[in-house]
Design a protein around this ligand. Sequence first.
Ligand code: OGA
Ligand code: MN
Length: 265
Amino acid sequence: KAFFDHQVVVFRNQKITPEQQIAFTRRFGVLEQHVRKEHRLEGYPEILIVSNVLNDQGKAIGVEDAGRFWHSDLSYKQTPSLLSALYALEVPVKDGVVLGHTSFSSTTAAYDALPEAMKKKLAGLKNVHSYVYYRNQNIQAQKAEQAQGDRVIQEHVLTPEHLAQVPDAEMPIVRTHPVTGKKGLFINEAHTSHIAGLPRAEGDKLLKEICQHIIKPEFRYEHQWQAGDLLMWDNVALQHKANFDYRLPLRRVMHRTTVRGTAPF
Ligand code: OGA
Ligand code: MN
C-alpha cells in the first residue's frame, strides 16, 4: 500500500544478495529478463546491471546510459513494466558531493493538474511507443557526446530477433492505473515516436507540450543515492531520468529488477 500510495519508496542501508533482490521484488509480480543479454548479471537473468564500469577487456559491465531521457521502463512493450527496483552497490561521490541523482516525476499528479479542456482533448488519443525510435535518439545523443571527446559507448546490436521482441506499441495517452485506479499520462520523450491519428506537426507540438508539463518541478522528486539504497518506483504512475554528471574513475554500479505489468487501458 505504501508503495502505490507514494509511487517511489526507498529502503536505506540494505545488504542484499542478487537472490534476495529477486525474491523480494518477485512478491510484486513476474520479473522481466531484459533484451540486453550481455548486461544481465551472470547467473541471474532477472538482474540488469546499470553501470559505467568497464571490465578487464574495456567492455561495459552494464547499461552505461540507461535513462538519458525522461521515460518509464519498458513502456514500449505490449505489457510495460509495473515497477522497477534499483539497488545501489556503488555511488559516485566527488569532494563529498554525491553525483548521479535520479529524478522522478508523477504522471498522475501531472494529469490531475491539467485543465479540463486538455483532459477532454487527450481522452481517447493514442501515442506510439517505439523501442527503435528510442534507440535512434540515444545513438544520436551518444554521437554528440563522442564529438565532445567522451568515451565511445559500444551499443549492443539489434538483431532481427531483438526487433521481433519489441514491435511499436499503440498506447492510450491517458492511462488508468491497474491497482489504484488513478489516471495518469502515459507518454514520454524517450519512447513516444508520435501521437497517432493527428497530423505530424500538430501531434509533435502536443507531445512536446505534455512532456514538458509532466516534468514541472511541483510533480518531482530527486533521489540522492547512498550505497545500500533499494529504491522502488511505480512505472505506471511516474517517469524518471538519470543524471550523467559523473565519469570514470568515479564508479556507479546498480542492480535492477523489473516487474512485468499489464496491458495499458
Ligand atoms: C533505470 C534507469 C536511471 C539511473 O535503471 O531504469 O532509468 O539513474 N536508471 O540509473
Ligand atoms: Mn529507467
